[in-house]
Design a protein around this ligand. Structure first.
Ligand code: FRU
Length: 513
């Protein structure tokens, strides 16, 4: 049995000796990953190998199903499949075999790219982008060594556990709108509105920059192009650091948020390594979207997020947390990428997007280590040094006043090396810097920071408003103990707590169910 078949859990008839050999290799990899202190313990990630975007998250028959871009061949991007995991609470996950694989000779023969779940007649359907190799003239992705045609495909679930899928043999959207030159044509995201199904697709078009195509259909099979729902040119979208002629607004998703007069529509999309949002009003008759506010979903290592509505009706955002270390290092590590924690999205009265990690995560907290505020700097240093996060598996919450003096909250390891630094300077009172990255935090009062430390990742959320996810890669076979460290006036530190969190699996999720 080859490695891919093993990881997919597809039983095959193979010679026993070969099977044993492959099994030993896999067991060794699993043991290595289960002992890797940099591998997270309460975030979802595949049993091994590479993952990127979340795909088709859905609450179905009492369970949360998460799918994601997965390479069964190793810890690098390529040969896209859909990995699958299931959870009762969005916190504890169980690994399932691969859900979707490329079909030889089919429209997805070179990869099953990102997509979305829709429920039709009591069944879950996945609408996703299939890619296949074509001559360059016919390609929608041309990047030197690859020329691929992207088409929008459908897979229909064959069982309640969403493990078995039947694919339609032909794409439902086979080509970009007539006469339209696009860079990229992918990541369909449908929703039901009145009589119609609508769907967004990622695209971009030379000097106009990234764009989102809007389609509609009565039956999820025959689709007609409506218009561009949004595009960079002339819009209030956050500008790119460097203009990019090949820009594509990847993984767009469009949904309503908020109630009554505060209700707005939100468009999320990802481009050039960052995820963004636009919010504004949708004219539901003409389907014209008028963005009023724009922002960044996460200022750190976070890409291609996708949302779902949970059992309680909340809008939940999931994102891919990529590696920031070199390819050779994560390839050697045998795993790459993880799924962010679920974040609950809401809108402020002004229509700005806000987010908080779902309170369900608090179930993992064990005894709280809480600091008693004090004014003596040395006593504070000693007390903080005694607050410990072991195994890179914990949470920190801190509230600090934004006054006339600068401060810095750090999480430090061996030899006082800081892995996280959150710094405030009164010159820029409306931002804090997270490991040097400026992150806006609206004015008025204190700054609350919440930090989820897991393996080599830290998700930082500031005032329930802005997020910045960082990666850190200390050396050593054992995890260092981390402790908080404060620089600045002691009295500006108003509250500080640290918790150890309970891992969601005994072996860092290296076991397939
Ligand atoms: C975003 C993305 C998507 C595409 C997928 C392929 O990270 O490039 O646009 O569908 O990844 O893995």
């Amino acid at each position: 049995m080859n490695r891919r078949a093993f990881v997919q859990g597809l039983a095959g008839v193979v010679a026993a000796s070969k099977w044993t050999e492959a099994r030993t290799v896999e067991t060794r990899l699993a043991e290595r990953l289960a002992a890797d202190p940099l591998r997270p313990q309460y975030h979802l990630l595949p049993v091994a190998n590479w993952m990127n975007d979340p795909n088709g998250p859905i609450f179905w028959r009492g369970q949360y199903h998460m799918f994601y871009q997965y390479n069964p061949d190793g810890a690098y991007w390529g040969d896209m499949h859909w990995g699958h995991a299931v959870s009762a609470d969005m916190v504890h996950w169980r690994q399932l075999p691969v859900a979707l694989a490329p079909t030889p000779g089919g429209p997805d023969s070179a990869g099953v790219f990102s997509g979305t779940a829709a429920v039709v007649d009591g069944r879950v359907q996945m609408i996703y982008t299939g890619v296949r190799s074509v001559p360059e003239a016919a390609a929608t992705i041309k990047n030197g060594d690859q020329s691929l045609l992207e088409t929008q495909c459908v897979a229909i679930s064959e069982d309640e556990s969403l493990s078995r899928w039947r694919k339609r043999t032909q794409p439902v959207i086979a080509a970009p709108p007539a006469g339209m030159q696009v860079n990229g044509f992918r990541d369909p995201s449908p929703w039901r509105q009145g009589e119609w199904w609508y769907l967004t697709l990622a695209a971009g078009s030379g000097e106009r920059g990234g764009a989102v195509l809007l389609y509609r259909s009565r039956d999820l099979q025959q689709w007609e192009f409506v218009h561009l729902l949004a595009e960079r040119k002339g819009s209030i979208a956050v500008p790119l650091e460097k203009p990019d002629a090949n820009e594509v607004w990847e993984c767009p998703e469009f949904f309503a948020l908020g109630e009554g007069a505060a209700r707005r529509h939100v468009l999320i999309y990802s481009t050039n390594g960052k995820a963004y949002w636009l919010s504004g009003r949708l004219d539901e008759r003409t389907m014209q979207f008028a963005p009023e506010q724009a922002g960044v979903l996460d200022y750190g290592s976070y890409y291609a997020p996708k949302t779902q509505v949970d059992a309680a009706g909340r809008r939940i955002l999931w994102g891919w947390i990529p590696e920031t270390r070199p390819l050779a290092e994560y390839k050697a590590a045998g795993w790459a990428g993880l799924m962010s924690l679920p974040r609950v999205l809401t809108l402020s009265a002004e229509g700005r997007l806000r987010m908080q990690v779902a309170p369900e995560l608090e179930r993992l907290q064990t005894a709280e280590q809480r600091l008693t505020p004090m004014s003596d700097a040395e006593a504070l240093r000693v007390s903080m040094k005694a607050m410990r996060i072991a195994d890179y598996c914990g949470e920190l919450r801190c509230v600090a006043a934004r006054g006339e003096r600068a401060w810095e909250m750090a999480l430090v390891g061996d030899e006082a090396k800081p892995w996280l630094r959150v710094a405030y300077a009164p010159m820029n009172p409306l931002e804090v810097c997270v490991n040097g990255i400026p992150v806006p935090v609206a004015g008025g009062g204190a700054c609350e920071m919440r930090v989820w430390v897991d393996g080599s990742s830290m998700e930082v959320v500031l005032n329930g408003e802005s997020a910045c996810t960082i990666r850190f890669y200390p050396e050593g076979r054992e995890a260092q103990e981390l402790h908080p460290q404060w620089t600045g006036e002691a009295t500006a530190l108003r509250e500080l707590s640290v918790w150890a969190l309970t891992p969601i699996s005994p072996d860092r999720l290296t076991t397939l169910a």
